[in-house]
Design a protein around this ligand. Structure first.
Ligand SMILES: C[S@@+](CC[C@H](N)C(=O)[O-])C[C@H]1O[C@@H](n2cnc3c(N)ncnc32)[C@H](O)[C@@H]1O
Length: 346
C-alpha cells in the first residue's frame, strides 16, 4: 500500500482520530484505481499479525471512541441512511438477488445454493416465524426494495400489507415497479398511522436504531400490535462490548448509526411487555461474499453507474463487514416477540 503525498495528512489524521482500520479503509476507498480482489477481499479477510490485531481492537481508546461516536450520533441519522441507500437502484440490482432484491442476510443451506435460492430460504424461514393464516394486516419496518412484501404476496397472503422506508429510490421502486403500499416514513420519529397490525416485522432495519431510541421504538411496536400479535425481526447486534472500534469504522458506511448489545434489545423488548418466543443465530458471511463476488464481476457497469469512489466503498464495505462477523463482534439474530393476549397492568 503506497500513500501519495496528497493523501498523507488525511491518513495521519484518520489514524489518530479513528484508528488503523478506519484510516486504511478510507485510504482504499479513495484509491485512484478500482480495487482488485487482492486489495479488497483478500486484504481484509486474511489473518493479520497479533500486534496489528491488538492495535485495531484497542485504538481509538474506549473513552475516545465513545466521544467520537456520541458526536456522530448528533447527526441526523436519517440522512446517513439515505446516503447509503439512495446510491442508485440499478447499482444495487447488479449484486442483489434478481427476484426480490433483499439487501439483508440470506440463508445458504448448502454451498451449492445460489444467492436467489438463499434469499428465498430466508424469506421462507421468516414467513414460518410470522405464523400467518393469510388475512392478517402486516407492517414492514424498513422495507427496502419491497422484497419481503413481494414475497408475502407471492406466497398468497391476502391481508393488508404496508412498508416504511427512508430511501426515496426504494420508495419509487416499491410504488412504481411493484405497486406496493409503501411510504417514506421514519419509523423512529413517526406514528404508525394505520395501526393496529396483526404482525409487524423488520429485516435489517433495527441495526439503524441507536441504543437510546430502542425502548421507545419497542414500545411503539408493542402499542401498534393487536393483543396476541407478533413482531418478527432479523437484525444483527453486538455480542461482546458496546462501542467496539469496528463501530468507528462502520461510520464510513452508515454515518450516525450505532449498534446496540443484543441483551439490550431483549431487555428493552421485555420491559415494554413482549414475550420472546424465538431467538436464533444465523451466518451473514456467505451473503456478504456473494454480494462482493457479484459486484466484482460487474465492475465496469458499477463504475459507470455510481463512479469509482462508491464502487470502492462497497468493495471495502463487504469484506470489512465479513471480518466483523468473523471476529464475532456481532451476530445475526431472528427474533419473535409476542404481545400477550391479555396485558398485565403496567
Ligand atoms: C438493510 S436495508 C433492508 C431492506 C429490506 N428489509 C431487505 O430485507 O432487503 C434497511 C432498510 O431500513 C430502512 N430504514 C432504516 N431506518 C429507518 C427508519 N428510521 N425509518 C424507516 N426506514 C428505515 C432503510 O431505508 C432500508 O430500507
Amino acid at each position: 500500500m503506497t500513500i501519495t503525498l496528497k493523501q498523507y495528512p488525511q491518513c495521519i489524521s484518520d489514524l489518530f482520530t479513528c484508528g488503523l482500520m478506519y484510516a486504511v479503509a478510507e485510504y482504499k476507498i479513495h484509491s485512484p484505481q478500482p480495487l482488485t480482489q487482492s486489495e479488497s477481499w483478500d486484504f481484509w479477510t486474511q489473518p493479520r499479525s497479533s500486534f496489528m490485531e491488538w492495535l485495531a481492537r484497542t485504538y481509538p481508546l474506549k473513552t475516545q471512541r465513545m466521544s467520537y461516536l456520541n458526536r456522530m450520533l448528533d447527526h441526523d441519522h436519517a440522512s446517513g441512511i439515505e446516503t447509503h441507500y439512495d446510491v442508485s437502484n440499478d447499482f444495487y440490482a447488479l449484486f442483489l438477488d434478481e427476484r426480490y432484491r433483499f439487501y439483508t442476510c440470506a440463508e445458504f443451506q448448502s454451498e451449492q445454493d445460489s444467492l436467489e435460492e438463499a434469499q428465498t430460504n430466508k424469506a421462507q424461514y421468516l414467513l414460518s416465524l410470522m405464523q400467518l393464516q393469510g388475512t392478517e394486516s402486516v407492517l414492514d419496518l424498513g422495507c427496502g426494495w419491497g422484497a419481503m412484501l413481494k414475497f408475502l404476496q407471492d406466497s398468497g397472503h391476502q391481508g393488508q400489507l404496508a412498508g416504511y422506508t427512508l430511501s426515496k429510490e426504494q420508495l419509487t421502486y416499491g410504488q412504481q415497479q411493484l405497486g406496493l403500499n409503501v411510504s417514506l416514513t421514519n419509523f423512529i420519529t413517526n406514528d404508525f398511522v394505520e395501526a393496529p397490525y396483526e404482525r409487524i416485522f423488520s429485516i435489517g432495519a433495527l441495526e439503524h436504531v441507536r441504543p437510546h431510541e430502542l425502548k421507545d421504538l419497542y414500545q411503539k411496536i408493542y402499542d401498534a400490535l393487536v393483543p396476541g400479535g407478533l413482531a418478527v425481526h432479523q437484525f444483527f447486534s453486538l455480542e461482546r462490548e458496546p462501542y467496539p472500534t469496528s463501530m468507528v469504522l462502520m461510520q464510513l458506511f452508515f454515518p450516525g448509526s450505532l449498534l446496540s448489545m443484543h441483551e439490550t434489545h431483549i431487555q428493552m423488548a421485555q420491559e415494554v411487555g413482549f414475550q420472546i418466543t424465538h431467538d436464533s443465530i444465523h451466518d451473514y458471511q456467505p451473503t456478504l461474499q456473494a454480494w462482493y463476488q457479484r459486484l466484482l464481476k460487474k465492475q465496469d457497469q458499477a463504475i459507470e453507474l455510481v463512479g469509482l469512489e462508491i464502487f470502492n466503498r462497497y468493495m471495502t464495505f463487504f469484506p470489512t463487514a465479513w471480518l466483523f462477523f468473523q471476529q464475532h463482534e456481532a451476530e445475526l439474530h431472528r427474533v419473535v416477540m409476542k404481545k400477550p393476549e391479555t396485558e398485565k397492568h403496567k
